[in-house]
Design a binder for this molecule. Structure first.
Ligand SMILES: CC(C)(COP(=O)(O)OP(=O)(O)OC[C@H]1O[C@@H](n2cnc3c(N)ncnc32)[C@H](O)[C@@H]1OP(=O)(O)O)[C@@H](O)C(=O)NCCC(=O)NCCS
Length: 393
């Protein structure tokens, strides 16, 4: 067929579908960069606010630009009243990712600039999303726990305010700083599944909230953002297990996965995982959680060795392996770990939606529309003869 590229690659591994100026990964060497800055550098020196600005606007902001951006985020934290009213009516056992996904179109309904489609209007929508997602996650958790949601504290940083709104106590400074670093680490990751979902929806000229809702749905999958919650369940199930190596063997022999291990792009240790591992070691000492950290490290060692024995030496810990114990030490409930991933990734999603919509990395906007090879029932181009219900019996 004219214009058809004869490549069939289920899963799109190694297929470059677009250009981007937002982030870069070298999967063999374990390198991740946001707009040219290595993740290690940003984790050490930047903040989530600055990183969000970098992703959305680039380059790094000067002091005034950062102050103005942070102020705009703080001013946009208030959630629409009808969202709270809905939360009170929704079943308390609803999964927080479902609640988050259902909340995104409600934010669209409350956005006075929904139909404005300039770049600046989209940056403002991104600011509203970055500002409100933490409040949604925290408010839902409090309401389902029979508690009242708490108002945002304008004096607190983005991460510290989330911990305050969730737990109702002012967070320890070191923990708030570490959570801020976690948000930096999770903020973007090129064309991962959820970002690709956002870009695909945005390429159809749907608005930012519609694209983000698709991203939240993709992120919820256990092979993507849902993996951190699965890692936590796995670690909790392993408490008291005497022979971790035997457990790993049994798991793999029965065709099950070791969650938090392996990556579609990294063929070596995920650079974010290394930073989270160090953070976990430090926090475990501070918080008396050495047992959990030791268990994670034992599991990591046993799994990496077993994968190696089975001829899979490239399967190493990914970002979720150590983010789960780190979040647990920060008293984040297991089912809020994936929503917390979204609280960070929203910055990358919005940056990619804007890049897609305004063709900032390519000549003009393009509509994603891949092809599929039809392998189903076929009677030729004239089509099959329709048999009446009577004839079919
Ligand atoms: C992320 C993931 C989906 C990538 O899968 P992928 O692109 O197929 O990865 P690879 O090509 O390196 O996989 C090679 C083989 O190792 C297996 N494998 C990969 N990760 C594995 C894991 N964590 N546990 C068990 N087996 C694994 C794959 O199933 C594949 O086996 P197959 O050839 O028999 O199908 C996969 O590693 C995975 O499921 N990991 C666990 C979930 C997770 O942590 N997700 C978060 C990612 S950030």
């Amino acid at each position: 067929m004219n214009g058809t590229v004869r490549v069939k690659n289920i899963g799109l591994r190694g297929v470059t579908v677009a250009d981007t100026k937002i982030s870069f990964i070298d999967g063999e060497k374990g390198v991740l960069m946001y707009r040219g800055y290595r993740i290690e550098e940003l984790a050490q020196h930047s903040s989530f606010m600055e990183t969000a600005y970098l992703l959305l606007q680039g380059p790094l902001p000067d002091r005034k630009e950062l102050e103005a951006f942070s102020r705009r985020v703080v001013e946009a934290r208030q959630l629409p009243g009808f969202l709270f009213e809905s939360f009170h009516k929704w079943p308390r056992e609803a999964h927080p990712m479902e609640v988050l996904q259902a909340s995104i179109p409600m934010l669209a309904m409350a956005d006075p600039d929904l139909s404005a489609e300039t770049r600046e209007a989209n940056v403002q929508k991104a600011i509203r999303l970055i500002a409100t997602l933490p409040g949604i996650v925290a408010a839902w958790h409090r309401i389902r726990s029979g508690l009242e949601p708490l108002p945002a504290d304008d004096q607190l940083s983005h991460a510290a305010n989330f911990l305050w709104q969730l737990h109702g106590k002012k967070p320890d400074e070191e923990i708030a700083h570490d959570l801020d670093t976690c948000l930096v680490l999770h903020a973007d990751h090129t064309f991962n599944a959820s970002t690709f979902a956002c870009r695909e929806v945005a390429s159809n000229r749907a608005h930012m909230y519609a694209a983000v809702a698709a991203g939240v749905g993709a992120l919820s999958g256990s092979l993507h953002g849902g993996a951190n919650a699965e890692v936590m369940k796995m670690l909790q199930g392993l408490e008291g297990e005497k022979d971790i190596a035997a457990w790993v063997r049994k798991q793999l022999d029965s065709g099950k996965k070791i969650m938090g291990m392996g990556h579609a792009v990294y063929k070596t240790t995920d650079p974010r995982g290394k930073i989270l591992k160090e953070m976990g070691a430090r926090l475990s000492k501070k918080l008396g959680q050495e047992k959990l950290y030791q268990l994670s490290s034992q599991l990591e060692k046993a799994a990496v060795e077993e994968f190696q024995k089975r001829g899979l030496p490239t399967i190493k810990p990914n970002v979720d392996f150590f983010s789960a114990p780190v979040y647990h030490m920060m008293e984040i409930p297991g089912d809020l770990m994936t929503p917390l991933f979204a609280v960070s990734r929203i910055a990358g999603w919005c940056a990619h939606i804007i890049e897609e919509e305004f063709a900032e990395a390519q000549e003009r906007p393009a509509l994603y529309r891949p092809q599929a090879e039809y392998v189903g029932h076929y009677c030729g181009l004239m089509g099959c003869t329709y048999e009446s219900q009577q004839a079919r019996g």
